[in-house]
Ligand binder design. Structure first.
Ligand code: ADE
Length: 228
């Protein structure tokens, strides 16, 4: 079973999403174990202080190194980790290939920063993978951690059932966007489901899906400035 440990100063941002829907079911099915560690539990001074002002000045507070070191070193003394992921806007852009790679791991640790960030010695000492989930700034690494966990856990064999299968996902095989999907009713507020999908004609449906997929893939490349 895969094990994921997340260290965070704001565990509330993580607990409820991780205990909902498919990620909850994956844990119930014993496909993955996810542990959220509250940074404050590893603060050893009497005020339980986890943040402090940055040397050299600047706005905001930084997470102190000691609570991270305490927590990470305790976890490392218990087992080896394949990846120690540090979500940061300065990291490598996350993609499906990286999710595929992480999904083969046994143990993953994720270090979520908050406020202005984490004392850089934590990254320097422990991070194996620095990851950005996109070119924008979040209030902390927790949402990035959730994005990574969600995309990794759904790839673990047995997590998705056949109807949810990840096998023919968009982006799975060489960056293809799938054709649109529709369900009942066949007409809603004057908007009709494409006739071909109601025709029962398997070959025509397959051809339509391939054609739509090509159109959407070309459009996706165009709006994202990717090679044609
Ligand atoms: N922390 C703040 N912004 C982030 C981003 N875009 N990706 C990963 N971690 C972050």
């Amino acid at each position: 079973m895969m094990r994921i440990d997340i260290i965070s100063a704001v565990p509330d941002l993580l607990i409820s999403p991780l205990n909902t829907s498919i990620i909850k079911r994956a844990q119930d099915k014993r496909k993955v174990e996810i542990f959220v560690h509250n940074l404050r539990d590893y603060a050893y001074d009497k005020h339980k202080q986890i943040d402090d002002k940055p040397f050299g000045g600047g706005p905001g507070m930084l997470l102190k190194p000691e609570p991270f070191f305490e927590c990470i070193e305790k976890l490392l003394s218990e087992r080896a980790y394949d990846y120690i992921i540090f979500p940061t806007p300065g990291g490598k852009y996350y993609n499906q290939q990286m999710a595929n790679k992480f999904s083969l791991a046994k143990n993953i640790m994720i270090l979520a920063g908050h406020y202005k960030g984490i004392d850089d010695r934590v990254r320097e000492k422990f991070a194996t993978d620095e990851i950005s989930i996109g070119n924008y700034v979040l209030t902390g690494g927790e949402l990035a951690a959730l994005v990574i966990i969600d995309s990794v856990v759904r790839l673990i064999p047995g997590v998705l059932n056949d109807s949810e299968s990840a096998l023919n996902d968009s982006l799975m095989d060489g960056e293809i966007i799938e054709a649109p999907y529709y369900t009942r009713p066949a007409e809603y507020k004057g908007m009709k489901v494409p006739d071909v999908l109601l025709s029962g004609h398997d070959k025509k449906i397959k051809e339509w899906k391939e054609e739509q997929s090509k159109i959407l893939t070309d459009k996706w490349k165009k709006i994202n400035n990717l090679e044609k």
